[in-house]
Design a protein around this ligand. Sequence first.
Ligand SMILES: *Cc1c(COP(=O)(O)O)cnc(C)c1O
Length: 351
Amino acid sequence: MVPEFERCLASYCAAPHAVAVSSATAALHMACEALGVGPGDRVWTSPISFVASANCARFCGASVDFVDIDPLTRNMSLELLQAKLVIAEHQGTLPKVVIPVHFAGSVCDMAALAKLAQKYGFFIIEDAAHAIGGSYGETPVGACQYSDVCVFSFHPVKTMTTGEGGVAMTKNAELADKMRRFCSHGIIREPSQFCGQEQGAWVYEMQSLGVNYRMTDMQAALGIQQLKKLPQFVTKRRALWARYQEQLADLAVILPAELAQAKSAWHLYVIELREADRRQVFDRMRAHNIGVNVHYIPIHMQPYYQTLGFKAGDFPNSEAYYQRALSLPLFPDLSAQDQDSVVAELREAIK
Ligand SMILES: *Cc1c(COP(=O)(O)O)cnc(C)c1O
């Protein structure tokens, strides 16, 4: 079932290679490994993401740095990235990999990012954990039109799920091979690729160190069915998303924006409270049984990253966004009636 699921994903995304694994975290790690990230290398990502976007570099012994967000898109700011690259070039500290995160499903300006990648010589891994089902221009996210690798998550909270699971998409056959090898113990079974002499049909060679990040057939079977429903999941999310936009237009909140050149996957609906106290609104809504959430605590504010030297004030846009952010419930089966009560409770809470 795993190769079948991989073929379905490759076909859906119009990318030649899909390597399905046990999680997006695993996929990010093996993508970094396959790109040769190691001690002494630098990987940059956005502070407004799940911790896995940064941790993958640490697994490989590389150092992590962040580029602050654009307050409008909440994605990594390309202006700030460019400014940071200019300084890094002078100091000889350019990143090996940049990991843009399509936050909430809203796709980054990949064409502009790819221009910077070409100029400054870094690889791009898209963290598209929120963005399966979205597109950039006419091209689905996952096609890797402007990136080396694109990673999706199939964790239960994501747009489609395999219980736990993830995949790395790529156009590059060599990268796909390296990732496959790494996620299955570094073992090779193809005799033509052996370094030793052929000794019998039982022989396999472990030529490099690997892990076991394999996806199970049971997960893949679920994924094949989920993928068939993906267009319908995305359509429903889109409609609910648009309904929130309409119903909240008169409130003292900042609504999510959309890039003109891309179609979001509408994974999260995040507002920012202009005046009301986020803690009070959050607690009140939770007390009324509404599953609000906060995405995300800026990664550099996590105690682990503070021990690496990051501190409050390092990425002011991200920190200001975090103080005000509130994610409202958004999932395909959310009924219009329930959505209306979310809006009504929010109105009350903001008063
Ligand atoms: C969920 C998520 C991940 C990690 O996905 P897993 O499949 O749970 O490992 C990584 N990055 C982002 C942006 C996510 O939302």
